[in-house]
Design a protein around this ligand. Structure first.
Ligand code: SF4
Ligand code: SF4
Length: 190
């Protein structure tokens, strides 16, 4: 389920990772590279891939038809791509929303997307995303600090993410004391 991380492995790869795949074999798209890796795993018997268009279905079918064991060279390419991807995307949330809603009003995927942006792009862009997605300037901010650790969200996450721990990381990144004070003053005047 979610074999391409909600599309991130198909269209959201960091540029350097995309280039590595293309250089190794331009006949395979990043989506095909992702699916081929799964079919190379002996424990995988079924891949449930979500698609939006007929073209994507056809691309998946082509990738199945051309499936074969991966070569040592290809496995090296995957290792390099994984290293680049992990550096850019620290929290492997697909944005599927299965963990929502949270009883404390926390926008869980929004917090994680902002966190990833702050590493993959830059802190300011990530912070802007966080302020918007968590409504931090509104009357009811959905701060990750509100988490009461009930664990409901984690039982629904198909990626088995440690959501409570990751929310603490997000709070640490976006809401250290000086920023919290600044936000509270800004809210007062707004
Ligand atoms: S563990 Fe935290 S984030 Fe998850 S549902 Fe409970 S309060 Fe919300
Ligand atoms: S935390 Fe898990 S369930 Fe929630 S959006 Fe991300 S991947 Fe989906």
């Amino acid at each position: 389920m979610e074999p391409l991380l909600g599309g991130k492995l198909a269209t959201g790869l960091p540029k350097e990772a995309h280039e590595l795949f293309t250089k190794a074999d331009p006949s395979f798209s990043p989506a095909a590279w992702g699916l081929r890796w799964l079919w190379n795993q002996s424990e995988v018997t079924c891949v449930l891939s979500g698609t939006n268009t007929i073209a994507q279905i056809e691309e998946n079918i082509d990738a199945v038809r051309n499936a074969r064991s991966l070569t040592e060279t290809e496995l090296t390419v995957y290792a390099e791509v994984i290293a680049i991807f992990n550096k850019a995307y620290k929290i492997h949330c697909t944005g599927c929303n299965y963990c929502m809603p949270c009883s404390k009003g926390i926008n869980i995927p929004g917090c994680f997307a902002a966190c990833n942006t702050s590493y993959a792009q830059n802190f300011i862009t990530g912070m802007q995303q966080f302020l918007t997605s968590s409504a931090m300037m509104g009357k009811k901010p959905g701060s990750p600090r509100l988490c009461i650790e009930c664990g409901k969200c984690e039982s629904h996450c198909p990626q088995h993410l440690p959501i409570r721990k990751a929310l603490k990381q997000a709070a640490g990144r976006f809401e250290p004391l000086p920023i919290r004070l600044g936000l509270s003053i800004a809210r007062h005047f707004l």
